[in-house]
Design a protein around this ligand. Sequence first.
Ligand SMILES: [Cu+2]
Length: 171
Amino acid sequence: MVSNSAIILVAVAFFSVISAKDFMVGDNKGWTINFDYQAWAQDKEFYVGDKLVFRYPVGVHNVFKVNGTGFQNCIKPALSEALITGNDTIVLATPGRKWYICGVGQHCAAGGQKLLIVVNPAVMSPSVAPSRSLGAPTQDLPATGSANGIALASFQSIMAVALAIFLVIAV
Ligand SMILES: [Cu+2]
């Protein structure tokens, strides 16, 4: 039944939005050379609050957060800015493009050890109840709560419509 699977898909989409995720960069390959990190990132959605985990043998690689130019040209910042633990966790605190490179030898330039992701704003938080109804007449809600509820409801409607369109096209 299409309607049932649509409901499940919507539920899954909401769940994935509201729960922060840990992304193991490169999955079981970890942070290494000769791995296509753009292909790895391509099918993933990153949101503020999610975490990137860079895993590698200590001393073999490191992690620098750089800007777009640093990414393009593999320019490594001061060594003091490197993450070097071999299990480096980075919380995605702000939306937008984020660039990471390895600063060891030619790993970035020759080995392609560089990652670009786009972080989406955190739209929903689990602490905001999604059940407030727009249609309810004069509810005595605090102004901020009411505004949140409306923003939330609009987002849900947009998501539902987008998913419905996607389903119609896909089926
Ligand atoms: Cu490296």
